[in-house]
Design a protein around this ligand. Structure first.
Ligand SMILES: C[S@@+](CC[C@H](N)C(=O)[O-])C[C@H]1O[C@@H](n2cnc3c(N)ncnc32)[C@H](O)[C@@H]1O
Length: 411
């Protein structure tokens, strides 16, 4: 192939069309998922295959002839991937592809190939494919980096031309994760970039609000005046009101909207008003904050379960829906949210109903943020530890042996 001419980019529609793959190693393993996704009729010819490729054959995603390449294998193919470890076989297959006018890519010699695989990525119905201009200048790392930059830009909304911007109207209830701005989902970040109005909680990734353009109205949920309404009703009303003005509204919440986040209350209020809404899951502090402090909520041989519970009302409070005596009998991990104020009563109740007073406890305050800190104690000493170390909300409290399995646990 003449190296001075650029490659001609094209999208192959391979559904039901025969594609022959020679070699079942790492190259095939990387390329096969996209060929399968394209609906190609894939025939693998290879004496061996990696376990992943073998699983694709076992799952009926391709047919596999367990033998080396033989002349004639490419006769009926529309497209071929030549990736055996045997250069002579690759050359022979290339020559056959040329004879039969089958486009082929080659893992060992891009210059000898009649096609190149671009670095690809997808976002919102667009496939991005990046090719270098000629074989001599091929640098896979560069093409991959350009692809990543484009896909990332499309995903977070920074790369869409303004007149093509497809705004999600209505309300997006977005889980913002525990606080670190990097821990919001890609979808959440994109919706935020498209918002006209953002109603945000104190918890969650506040830093992301700084990135919003000046025309975006940012409303602190805690400051919405509620007069004769409950605070939550006032937030619901604000969501409805702004959405009715045709604005794209993001309700940015800490963690996940449905974990002690009143997400469904807001969804029901929007549903009642006929306002379209979408819910974007978030990384809940109940798992991520312990993790950020080096505590896994489960660990092989230590805890086979974890229970997430709200400690905002004391165990003996008649409003409590938590069966604390039953929780005291569980062997696994207990993760308490909103429990700093009531931890003394909670610890007492757990001990009274059978959990050992020596059970390790960790309090992780402002997890995943620059202010994160961890205080370790036991059920017996935790109330005192909260006082001495002045632990303040927001904090996640972890009770159980998982607290001491990590390398950096400190008392
Ligand atoms: C109203 S709940 C909301 C939980 C949230 N929806 C979630 O999934 O993480 C608030 C509680 O979550 C916990 N929390 C949230 N973010 C936290 C963080 N960054 N560090 C420590 N605790 C956090 C605290 O227990 C806090 O009192």
């Amino acid at each position: 192939m003449a190296a001075e001419h650029p490659a001609y980019p094209v999208g192959l529609r391979l559904t039901g069309r025969r594609v022959v793959v020679l070699g079942g190693g790492q190259v095939a393993q990387r390329r096969l998922p996209a060929l399968i996704a394209a609906g190609a009729d894939i025939h693998l010819v290879s004496p061996t295959a990696t376990p992943s490729v073998e699983a694709m054959a076992d799952g009926g995603e391709l047919t596999w002839s367990r033998r080396p390449y033989a002349d004639g294998d490419l006769a009926e193919a529309w497209y071929a991937l030549i990736a055996t470890g045997d250069r002579t076989a690759n050359e022979a297959a290339s020559a056959e592809a040329e004879r039969h006018r089958v486009w082929c890519v080659r893992s060992d010699d891009a210059d000898a190939a009649t096609a190149w695989t671009p670095a690809t990525g997808r976002s919102e119905g667009v496939t991005v494919a990046v090719l270098t201009t000629d074989a001599a200048g091929r640098d896979p790392r560069h093409t991959a980096a350009v692809r990543d930059a484009i896909v990332e830009g499309l995903r977070d909304g920074t790369l869409v031309a303004p007149h093509h911007r497809t705004r999600t109207t209505g309300v997006s209830l977005v889980g913002g994760g525990p606080g670190d701005p990097d821990l919001i989902t890609v979808r959440g970040r994109r919706l935020l970039a498209e918002a006209d109005v953002v109603i945000a909680d104190r918890l969650g990734p506040r830093d992301l609000l700084d990135e919003l353009p000046p025309h975006v109205e940012v409303i602190d949920a805690a400051k919405i005046p509620y007069g004769r309404y409950m605070a939550q009703e006032a937030i619901n009303n604000a969501l409805v009101e702004h959405a009715k003005q045709g604005k794209a509204v993001v309700r940015l919440k800490g963690g996940d909207p449905y974990v002690f986040g009143r997400g469904m209350e807001e969804a029901l209020a929007l549903e009642a008003e006929g306002i379209p809404y979408t819910v974007v899951p978030g990384i809940s502090s109940s798992i991520s904050v312990p993790g950020a402090a080096g505590i896994p909520v489960t660990h092989r041989g230590v805890a086979h379960e974890f229970t997430v519970v709200s400690g905002h009302v004391a165990p003996d409070d008649e409003r409590s829906l938590v069966d604390w005596p039953a929780l005291a009998k569980l062997r696994g991990t207990l993760v308490v949210l909103m429990g700093v104020d009531k931890i003394g009563r909670i610890a007492e109740t757990l001990i009274a109903h059978g959990r050992s007073a020596q059970t390790p406890v960790a309090l992780v305050q402002e997890g995943t943020t620059a202010a994160q800190r961890r205080v370790d104690a036991t059920l017996e000493t935790v109330e005192e530890a909260v006082r001495t170390h002045e632990v303040r909300p927001p904090a996640v409290i972890v009770v159980g042996d998982v607290v001491t399995v990590g390398p950096q646990h400190t008392v």
